[in-house]
Design a protein around this ligand. Structure first.
Ligand code: CMC
Length: 427
């Protein structure tokens, strides 16, 4: 609502703060003037803090709504493809047929990485976690694109974005091939984005890989469902790193690092490991009890979300996709039975109901990825590949905004106050 004010009373002092409204969602109290009154806000974990203005993605957590540039994720997953969504996230409009084809061509023609990147891989142990290699090699791209890069120029920012979207599948596939000791496979320009990724993952020089259209479609849908999710931990990390004017490839490496944790993107790997550990439907109650036990650190992976207090709409699409893929590939996976029963039991348990803990995007994605033949330790890399467009769209948006400032939170200091230092006596 326009012209609303919030009045903050501290002792006998009254501080008037403006209230800002977006196009949808909760209003925010603009606390920027608080510092001049001698106060800062305190909000560890950003439970009630908006860190920026953004026009990319909108989430209504209470009603399970996710919109990219105003379009619902359900419609996008059904009718768009990942390349089109990338265009929309980066350009704030749906492409015309001509723009789509030009954009697709641009992405396709940037997929090769400098041959020197092969040598970076040789420094890693063969059994290194793929996310460790991805974090290092994405960051290392900054060594190829730095000196001539002017991030204040919109066209140069977009070129960096296109390069990242294009090269991510190549790097992710290289991480996999290095792990299993197979030669790297070069990108192929005659294939779609998802097909090219699958080909780089699964083909070998000795034999052609036959790409199943059903698998390519499922892969593309997984990319769509992970493309962006507004100000989550990794996106905020990218924005914070980028706010100092840092190199975009280094900023994306920071996003990869933040995504890796099991509370965030690492949940897909952790979820499949959990389903395997549960193993059979009869063991579910035991794990439900563990998840509810305050003294046990175990949580139901793939359940709960900071923003969604309703079904994660991505999980609904992922669930449907999971059934479709297993049917099309004719795979009977007992883990799907475990997942469905676990979901049913958890959703009817008062602990999960009261805390509004619903399955999130990571709950079903692991089963699809497993069916496609992707090993568990690669799951978070797939998430990073798909989320790169979201990260770089936010970075681009931030640097396009006037008066953009370096991110610099304050703190509540609880350490020693100033005291006298006495040097230790050295013999
Ligand atoms: N299993 C059991 N209890 C849970 C779970 C869970 N998965 N998630 C939250 N809780 C409980 C938690 O113990 C706490 O209880 P209490 O209020 O009694 O202390 C309450 O629910 C609120 O949890 P929280 O950790 O304070 O909530 P948060 O908003 O800080 O955390 C979360 C959100 C996603 C980190 C958390 O739900 C979680 O750890 N889930 C499992 C990991 C997971 O699936 N992560 C993927 C998120 S979706 C993909 C992405 O966008 O990254």
């Amino acid at each position: 609502m326009a012209d609303q004010k919030a009045i903050l009373k501290v002792g006998d002092k009254e501080i008037e703060l403006p209230v800002m409204s977006g196009t949808a969602g909760q209003d925010v109290i603009d606390v920027r003037a608080l510092g001049s009154h001698g106060y800062f806000t305190f909000d560890p974990g950003f439970m009630a803090t908006g860190s920026c203005e953004s026009a990319i993605t909108y989430i209504d957590g209470a009603n399970g709504v996710l919109l990219h540039r105003g379009y619902s994720i359900e419609e996008l997953a059904r009718d768009a493809d990942y390349i089109e969504l990338c265009y929309m996230l980066l350009h704030d409009k749906t492409p015309t047929a001509e723009e789509y084809s030009k954009f697709k061509d641009t992405i396709t023609r940037h997929t090769l990485v400098h041959d020197q990147v092969n040598n970076f891989f040789r420094g890693f142990r063969r059994d290194a976690h793929p996310m460790a290699m991805l974090c290092g090699t994405v960051g290392a791209l900054s060594s190829f694109y730095h000196d001539d890069l002017d991030i204040s120029d919109e066209n140069q920012r977009l070129r960096s974005a296109y390069r990242l979207v294009a090269k991510m599948p190549t790097l992710v596939a290289m991480c996999y091939k290095y792990n299993i000791g197979q030669p790297f496979v070069y990108p192929r320009n005659d294939l779609s984005y998802a097909e090219n990724f699958l080909n780089m993952m699964f083909s070998v020089p000795a034999e052609q890989y036959k790409i199943s259209p059903a698998v390519a479609r499922a892969m593309d849908r997984i990319f769509i469902l992970h493309a962006d999710h507004e100000q989550n931990a990794s996106t905020s990390t990218v924005r914070l790193a980028g706010s100092s004017g840092a190199n975009p490839y280094a900023c994306i490496a920071a996003g990869v690092a933040s995504l890796w944790g099991p509370a965030h993107g690492g949940a897909n790997e952790a979820c499949l490991t959990m389903l395997e550990e549960i193993g059979s439907v009869d063991r579910i109650p035991e794990f439900i009890e563990k998840a509810k036990d305050k003294n046990d650190p175990f949580r139901l992976m793939g359940f709960g979300h900071r923003v969604y207090k309703n079904y994660d709409p991505r999980a609904t699409v992922m669930r449907e996709s999971c059934h479709e893929v297993l049917a099309e590939l004719n795979i009977q996976d007992p883990l799907l039975d475990v997942a469905m029963e676990l979901e049913k039991i958890a959703l009817s348990d008062p602990y999960f109901k009261d805390k509004k803990l619903f399955p999130n995007v990571d709950f079903y994605s692991g089963i699809i990825l497993k069916a496609i033949g992707i090993p568990t330790n690669m799951f978070t890399c797939i998430f990073a590949l798909a989320r790169t467009v979201g990260w770089i769209s936010h970075w681009h948006e931030m640097l396009s905004q006037k008066g953009q400032k370096i991110g610099r939170p304050r703190q509540l200091y609880t350490g020693e106050t100033q005291r006298k230092y006495s040097p230790i006596k050295k013999d």
